[in-house]
Structure formats: structure tokens, C-alpha cells
Design a protein around this ligand. Structure first.
Ligand code: ADP
Ligand code: GLC
Length: 486
């Protein structure tokens, strides 16, 4: 099977969130099992260039609409046994941010990602490498299935199937219809049953209408997005395409996230020997200025600080939490300014008890996963979520709201029975979060044995791609079969 992944992010080269991890780890997994896999992604100026990166194509001509022909380059680097292909086009990608700068989206994002989509296809045509499946990730590449159904239908790519994965339905890529003209897609596609929504171009909708098959990143989220509460206006379309939509839980890159081998943490450990975890907690407390104390439960957060993640709830109750319970809190994150300021203010007011690092820091995220006792994810919605899985792998008990992939991965603690591997609550309210942290805290102090058995339960789970990669392969085969009949 020849697979082309097209994605705006790919770890470890470029990353804003879990999309980068998912694309990279799934690609490596397929390549390791013998598929030919390429990941096509922009060469942002912030991409960490690996030593083996080399230019493999110059003067790739990319035909946009309005008669525009642009010339770009493609660089190549190994990604496990897969190949990462970087699109160099400085006009669009030589910028400090992937989607935005200091909180403001780039005004030309529609054009930037229409260009990525078209260039990925031109790359295939120019090199003669024709994939069986193009796997498109989120709104940025929603125009790829449209190209294959229209402008490029009668090219060598005409029989290539598309699988479109929804990582987050909240971000849909809504732009003026002029972007469609720039993309070189016929204006006849600007219809409610293709690319148009409420008078604008909607790139997510374009992908959802036009792809051969659809997936999203957990079974629960695949059901949620078919309701008006979680459907972000596209639930009707998702119900319409329900027969082509499947929820597949993300796997974890277990080379990257493994407490036995992780080089980002000061001591390694495993289920049979947890001493290293205590050393990780001490090192984290020292590093981030929390009081060094093995006995106090440490609650960690690693997150984008946006409405989705529900961390405003935490910011509101953090002061009473540390006033009334003997706990510590460490927040690593960045995003909305007011939330960054709120956690910075809480840190300044509570030295030794609350700490935060505002920014993106991959190495520190591993230290927080390993060094914390509990991990907080009070998400309002969560398509899959990777951090709760990383936490369980590191013996850190997740505290999550019952939504999306969090439902599919965390099993509720059953007091007395020592069952479960985390704490789950239902309402996105400060009360529910406060009380659940209280429950975790009392378990820490009063039912130590249950804490150990929950750690064991979480650490024994298999979060690798073993199961989910097979499910994706089934979807690919299914998509190839359907496409060959059209
Ligand atoms: P989302 O993709 O919605 O942000 P996920 O849980 O799927 O949520 O993935 C988040 C990924 O981004 C994880 O790998 C997490 O460790 C990482 N991450 C988020 N914020 C930061 C940060 N400030 N510093 C380092 N890593 C971060
Ligand atoms: C999105 C979602 C997150 C998911 C990630 C990878 O960013 O918000 O829940 O884990 O994509 O699929």
C-alpha cells in the first residue's frame, strides 16, 4: 500500500498539538509494517532540520487558479522508515508560527493551505509516485478530496482514494470564496453540498463531503459530532455520511513516550520498579520551584490553554484548592493571554505550591508527565486526547471530564475495589472539578493502596498503535475498493 499523509504538522519537526504526534506515529507504524509512506508538510522556518535532510526536488510547478503558476522546492528526511517531504515556499511558510502569530491567525491561511493541498498533488504527479490512498488531516487539507473529484479527476491521481480524519471539528477553515478561485477549483463546487457553508468557503466541510471515507480520533467523539451539541454546525452532514465515518482511537508513539527509556526524564522506571518515579517528582519540584516534598500530591497539566481544554475552570478554583487541600499544582501551557496571566498570577501568589511555565517545551512536558502524581484534563470536548494516555503510561493518574476520547481511554476509579485507572467527572463546572480533585486528594492520603493499583492498571494498558493501525488499514482498503468503482 502506498500512503501519502498530508498534514500541517508533523512531530518532531513541527507541532502545536496532538495532530503532529498522531500523523508522525501512525506513519512510522505503517512504514515499519512494510507500507510505502510519505508525509507531506510545510517547511516552516521553525522546523528543526534533521541532519539527513536533503533537497530532492527543485522548481516544482504548482498550478493555482487565476493562471498562477508558482515554483516550490521539496526537501526530504527520514521519519522512521517513512519519508517526511517538506514543502519549501517561503512566501507562505517562512514565518514564526504555523497558523498564527501572537494569537492572531495569518490572514492568508486559506491560500497557504490550499497551496499545501495542491502542491502535495502536483508533487505526486511530477514524481510519478501515485499513492493508493491520500490521508488528509483536518481542515487545512480539506480541498484535496475536492481536487481529486474535480480539477485533477482525469489525471494519474484520478483513482487515488481519500481518507479524511477529523482531529478537531471546532476549527473548520472558513474563508472567502475567493480562496476557491485561487485554489483553481471550479466555482460550481461552491455549493451547500460541497464546499459552501453560510455564504463562505468551509474547508472542513469540503473534506467531509468529498473524501472517500471519513474517520475521527475516538469512537465516542464519532458519535458526539453527530449531535448538535458537539457537531459545530456540521452534525447534519456527519449524520448524512454516518455510514462512511468511523471513530478510531489514536495510538501512542511508545518509542517517544516510555518511562523505561525516556531520555528527557532524570530517572527511568517501570511497573516492576517505581523508584525512578519518586526521583522524577523530586527533580520536577526542584526544577519548577515547588516545595520538595514526596508526600504532597502533585497535580500536573500540559496543554494548549484554550476554551476546549476547560482550564479556565482550574484557574478559577486553584486558589481555594491550595488553601483548603494540601496539594501542589504545575501547569505547562500556552494559549489565551488571560489564562496565561491567570496562571502566572497564581504562581506569584503561591510560591512553592503552584508553578507554571508559559510556553511550549517538549522536554518539560515529559518531566511533568513523569513527575506528577495526577494529571488534569477537564476538557469541554476532547476528540481523543493524548496526554491522558501518556499519563497512564507514566503511572500518573488522569483526572478527566467524561467526553470524547477521554471516555474511551480512562476507566473510573472504583473505591474499595481498587479498580479503574483515573478519576472521571461529568459536568464542565468548577464544582465538579473541585470535588473530583478532592476525591483524588483523599484517595492519595487515605487509600494509598488504591493509588498503587490504579497506577498498575494504567501502566499495564496497551496504548500502542497495535490495534488502531489495523483499523486504519481496513479503512484504507475499504476506501480503495470504493474509489476503484467510481
Ligand atoms: P491537543 O492536540 O488538543 O492539543 P492532545 O492531548 O491530543 O491535545 O495533544 C497535545 C500534545 O501537545 C501532547 O503531545 C502534549 O504533550 C503537547 N503539548 C501541549 N501543550 C504543550 C506545551 N505547552 N509544551 C509542550 N508540549 C505541549
Ligand atoms: C486534536 C484534538 C485532540 C487529539 C489530537 C490528535 O488536536 O484536540 O483531542 O488528540 O487532535 O488527534
Amino acid at each position: 500500500m502506498k500512503i501519502l499523509m498530508v498534514s500541517p504538522e508533523c512531530a518532531p519537526f513541527s507541532k502545536v498539538g496532538g495532530l503532529a504526534d498522531m500523523v508522525s506515529s501512525l506513519s512510522k507504524c505503517f512504514a515499519a509494517s512494510g507500507c510505502e509512506v510519505k508525509v507531506f508538510t510545510p517547511l516552516y522556518s521553525t522546523v528543526k532540520r534533521p541532519p539527513k535532510m536533503a533537497k530532492m526536488l527543485d522548481n516544482l510547478s504548482v498550478h493555482m487558479g487565476l493562471g498562477i503558476e508558482e515554483f516550490a522546492s521539496v526537501w526530504s528526511a527520514p521519519l522512521g522508515k517513512a519519508e517526511a517531504c517538506f514543502l519549501e515556499f517561503n512566501k507562505f511558510y517562512d514565518r514564526p508560527g504555523i497558523y498564527n502569530y501572537e494569537g492572531t491567525d495569518y490572514g492568508d491561511n486559506g491560500g497557504r493551505f490550499a497551496f499545501l493541498s495542491r502542491a502535495a498533488l502536483e508533487y505526486c504527479l511530477a514524481t510519478g509516485w501515485i499513492p493508493d490512498v491520500i490521508h488528509c488531516h483536518d481542515w487545512t487539507v480539506g480541498l484535496i478530496p475536492v481536487y481529486l473529484n474535480t480539477t485533477l479527476r482525469h489525471t494519474a491521481l484520478g483513482r487515488t482514494a481519500t481518507v479524511f480524519t477529523i482531529h478537531n471539528l471546532q476549527h473548520q477553515g472558513v474563508f472567502d470564496k475567493g480562496v476557491l478561485e485561487y485554489a483553481g477549483i471550479p466555482m460550481s463546487e461552491f455549493r451547500a453540498d460541497s464546499t459552501e457553508a453560510m455564504g463562505a468557503l468551509n474547508m472542513m466541510k469540503a473534506g467531509l463531503y468529498n473524501a472517500t471515507k471519513l474517520t475521527t480520533v475516538s469512537p465516542t467523539y464519532s458519535r458526539e459530532i453527530q449531535t448538535s451539541e458537539y457537531g459545530c454546525g456540521l452534525d447534519g452532514l456527519l449524520r448524512f455520511r454516518a455510514g462512511d465515518l468511523i471513530g478510531i482511537l489514536n495510538g501512542v508513539d511508545t518509542d517517544e513516550w516510555n518511562p523505561q527509556t525516556d531520555k528527557n526524564i532524570p530517572a527511568n522506571y517501570n511497573l516492576g520498579d517505581m523508584k525512578g518515579k519518586a526521583a522524577c517528582k523530586k527533580a520536577l519540584q526542584e526544577k519548577v520551584g515547588l516545595a520538595v516534598d514526596a508526600k504532597k500530591p502533585l497535580f500536573g497539566v500540559v496543554s494548549r490553554l484554550y476554551d476546549q481544554k476547560g482550564l479556565d475552570l482550574l484557574a478559577r478554583i486553584a486558589q481555594p484548592l491550595v488553601d483548603n487541600m494540601d496539594i501542589q499544582l504545575m501547569v505547562l501551557g500556552n494559549g489565551e493571554k488571560w489564562l496565561e496571566d491567570a496562571f502566572s498570577g497564581l504562581t506569584a501568589a503561591n510560591p512553592g505550591k503552584i508553578s507554571c511555565y508559559i510556553g511550549f517545551n517538549g522536554a518539560l512536558s515529559h518531566m511533568v508527565e513523569a513527575g506528577s502524581d495526577f494529571f488534569l484534563m477537564p476538557s469541554r470536548f476532547e476528540p481523543c486526547g493524548l496526554n491522558q494516555m501518556y499519563s497512564m503510561i507514566y503511572g500518573t493518574l488522569p483526572i478527566v471530564r467524561a467526553t470524547g476520547g477521554l471516555v474511551d481511554t480512562v476507566e473510573q476509579y472504583r473505591e474499595g475495589a481498587g479498580r479503574g485507572d483515573g478519576f472521571v467527572f461529568g459536568d464542565a463546572t468548577t464544582d465538579a472539578l473541585y470535588n473530583t480533585i478532592g476525591w483524588a486528594c483523599s484517595t492519595w492520603y487515605d487509600r494509598k493502596r488504591d493509588i498503587s493499583s490504579m497506577q498498575r492498571n494504567g501502566m499495564s494498558k496497551d496504548f500502542s498503535w497495535n490495534n488502531s493501525a489495523d483499523k486504519y488499514m481496513q479503512v484504507y482498503r475499504w476506501a480503495v475498493g470504493v474509489r476503484s468503482m467510481i
